[in-house]
Design a protein around this ligand. Structure first.
Ligand SMILES: Cc1ncc(COP(=O)(O)O)c(C=O)c1O
Length: 377
């Protein structure tokens, strides 16, 4: 059997990782400014994380959601405290798309409505409602094109208010920093006006924090820079540092009932052990503060580089989620970064480099990246 060929691959076999460094099967070392697509939050193979997973596997890898799982309870309580949402409820699943799928379903159950508003260039995943809320017709299959979603411009409140005033919108779903869309930041004014309009018209506000959340922006959630408090928050990627996991944080206004949502694998023992270890390391190593500090340094240095390097046309971001817009395609620059400089970066559109490193990136590693980028450009 062959693999279903849907990914354009670099011909590099990564076999080992530590912190912000990975190695291929020839022993070549790479600086990882990509974090396996924003997934590696606490760094590759952190010893606390490895130990926690090994210990849990020795005891019990999986049992079903039909029995008490105290690890889930511990996670809910710890996460609530760390992120400032102690009164919210936690539902655990296995991926980002699933988190958004469940959040959108909850909004529809709660309001009895079927319309959704999403931002232009948004990416929310590839399952049925999540993909419909994604502004990319190429990945919406005919069976998913059900007309539930209206896409509106980020940071232009008027059309959102006009649609919300029809009183038929179940949910607004928003990435406060768009990832796939090219590191575009919602402004505080827009986010606050949107929240006010949602409340006025009985619409559920969902913040998709799957890429920009879990410390990446230099605060626990990116929306916490904007002065809003969404009804539902979706997370995945960094939550378990590579162990597949997603979650929905649910405001106390939502009343659960048996069978309303459900999953076989979601919240399993191994995933919870991984997520608890992530919180341990994030707290002990002050990784949210580190993301803010090192991110600011990177942003400053990139801004200075922009003044002298004509290929850089814009630098955007917060914390360790940074976009470098170029006047040339990113393809060749990324290729030079990987093959000549041995450095992984992400990308967006055709001309944006996207930095999503582990949150433990050091200032020295940030400076090394700047040198590598200069040479590649
Ligand atoms: C903002 C955002 N939402 C949702 C998703 C989907 O997550 P997953 O690939 O885990 O389903 C992603 C993945 O890149 C994302 O960046």
């Amino acid at each position: 059997m062959k693999l279903f060929d849907v990914y354009p691959l670099y011909d590099i076999n990564i076999v080992r990782g530590r912190g912000c460094t990975v190695w291929d099967d020839n022993g070549q070392e790479y600086l990882d400014l990509y974090g396996g697509h924003a997934v590696i939050s606490i760094g590759h193979c952190h010893p606390v994380y490895v130990e926690a997973l090994k210990n849990q596997l020795d005891r019990l890898g999986f049992y079903s959601n039909s029995v008490v799982n105290t690890l889930q309870q511990q996670l809910a309580s710890r996460l609530g405290k760390v992120c400032g949402y102690e009164d919210y409820q936690l539902f655990l699943i296995n991926s980002g798309a699933e988190a958004n799928e469940n959040a959108l379903k909850l909004a529809s159950f709660h309001t009895g409505r079927t319309r959704i508003l999403s931002a232009q260039k948004a990416f929310h995943g590839r399952t049925s409602l999540a993909v419909e809320a994604t502004d990319n017709p190429k990945i919406i299959a005919p069976v998913n094109a059900n007309g539930h979603v209206t896409y509106l411009p980020l940071n232009d409140i008027t059309p959102w208010e006009r649609e919300l005033a029809k009183n038929d919108v179940a949910a607004v779903i928003l990435e406060c920093i768009q990832g796939v869309g090219g590191i575009r930041l919602a402004t505080p004014e827009f986010a606050q006006e949107l929240q006010t309009a949602c409340r006025r018209h009985g619409t559920v506000l969902i913040c998709d924090e799957i890429q920009c959340g879990y410390g990446r922006s230099g605060r626990f959630f990116a929306h916490q820079w904007l002065g809003i408090r969404p009804d539902l928050i979706t997370v995945a990627k960094g939550i378990a540092n590579g162990f597949p996991m997603g979650a929905v944080l649910i405001s106390p206004d939502f009343v659960p009932s048996y069978g309303l949502l459900g999953t076989t694998f979601g919240g399993n023992h191994l995933a919870c052990a991984a997520a608890l270890a992530v919180l341990d390391v994030m707290e002990k190593d002050n990784l949210v503060e580190n993301a803010c500090k090192v991110g600011n340094r990177l942003l400053e240095k990139l801004d200075s580089l922009k003044a002298t390097q004509p290929h850089i046309t814009d630098v955007r971001g917060r914390g360790l989620m940074i976009g470098i817009e170029l006047d040339i395609p990113h393809k060749e620059v990324r290729s030079r970064l990987i093959h000549d400089e041995h450095c992984f970066t992400g990308c967006a559109s055709t001309n944006i480099l996207r930095l999503l490193p582990p949150l433990c990136l050091t200032e020295e590693q940030a400076d090394t990246f700047i040198e590598k980028l200069k040479r590649s450009l």
